[in-house]
Design a protein around this ligand. Sequence first.
Ligand code: HEM
Length: 491
Amino acid sequence: MVEMDFYIILMTVIGVLLLIKFMSRERKKVPPNPPGIPLLGNINTLRKETMLSTMRKLHKQYGDLFSINIINQHLIFVGGYKTTYELLVKKGDVLGDRPNFLTKQLLRNAGVFSTSGPLWKEHRTFCLTSLRSLGFNKGNLQTRIIEEIEYFLAEVENTHGQPFDIQDLVSKSIANVISALVFGKRFELSDPTSAELCLLLNAIFQSTVFHSPIFIFPFLKHLPGDLFGSKKLMKKVNRIFDIICKVLDEHRSTFDENNIRDFIDCYLKEQKKKNEAYKEHTFSDEQLLSTLVEFFSAGLETTSTAIKWGIVYLMHNQEIQKRMRKEIENTVASGRLPTLEDKPKLPYCQAVCYEVLRLGNVSPTTSPHALKHDVTLNGFVIPKEAFLFIDLDSINMDPKIFPDPFSFKPERFLSEDGKVTGTEKICAFSMGRRVCLGESVAKMELFLFMTSLIQRFEIHNEAGKPLPSLKGNFGLTYTPQSLAASYKKIF
Ligand code: HEM
């Protein structure tokens, strides 16, 4: 009975709000949307299973700008390289903020990913500077990645060519790279902590999308029961916070400001400096914890998914595998793993990694952006209140930029004289102010993991079984479904 009353009150409040909003709304020429159900709008369009094909259909039908409306809230999708560049780069000063979406609450209104304004700016800059000082672009991080790859390859070797699904191993190895960066340590591959972290993140990333009603209307989490799965989601995120908080506490006790080992140390040093200089500042313990959770959530599923797609595409293209291996054999002395210093002499391998980033389509759209004021683009108005998504898929699969876009063709990124070319139009990490903070580390990991794996192993399909599907699962990332393969050692 109480539940019933609650629903009636809720529906009345929503109805009144809609009416007020509808009556006071300026008639703006917003990007077109498909026909929807009265009041609920296009809610039926946002099914996770069909989201990617729907986005492609709407892009084809309406062009670079279209909207999906749920209960009078505009979700605007902007795609196409030129239009996206115009908005995110040329008109970039209208962007930079995030709307009030569920992720913000899940991440406790702190960190970088979901925050806005001066807090976001200060901490994004701090993260980039610290990661750079820790060797984000230099040898230090490479050494840690290569160490991790040695463990990874040893595990693969232990399977003695028997088919297995490599996905968990890839995730744990990437978790260790992030762990090295932020905690200055790795977990044993058999450690239950990192296994739990990977499982939780994988479950979260597979179970939802940024466009679902619960992300757009976080107040729905207050409904009795768990119709939208937000309570389950919250439980998993809170568990991730607990795991990371425990490692953080252990780390704090060994902090020495004269020996900065990792991101946490950089932060604690800055926090100490700020404590001494100001009464009030934003370098709180809560902000550190949320940032660490974000490094794992934004950096683990994305990078490991890119590597997994790389393996899937190489299983489908044995000739490409052979050509990569030949290039590596001609360049890298046997007995050592490829390094970033070998990169200029491995243009074909580089082209393969770029093609994985493009066709792997790890993030078909960005997370939502908010606008500081209305903006006019291609003759349409994107209203300030809209949730803006960048349709990265429409750029990476554009046949005018990448002919025959659904085929895996690394040579599209090679000039006639064998140099890497044309990669600047790939948009896997978005662009503008919110461009991925981990782009360079992700590219480094992808190159080093893929080349090392191909140097040591031939990857084959399990005898008598179909090749892994090229169709992925659409969640917070677009992920391969399963990945059973056998790895035959070469030397
Ligand atoms: C292949 C791997 C990766 C892909 C495809 C990827 C993709 C993206 C995309 C599309 C965005 C959203 C940009 C937007 O909203 O416009 C993003 C944001 C972000 N990424 Fe990545 N990412 C990857 C790896 C990483 C790694 C390794 C880290 C951390 C070490 C990371 C940290 C972040 C953070 C913190 C943000 C939020 C930036 C902000 O809002 O200011 N990402 N990433």
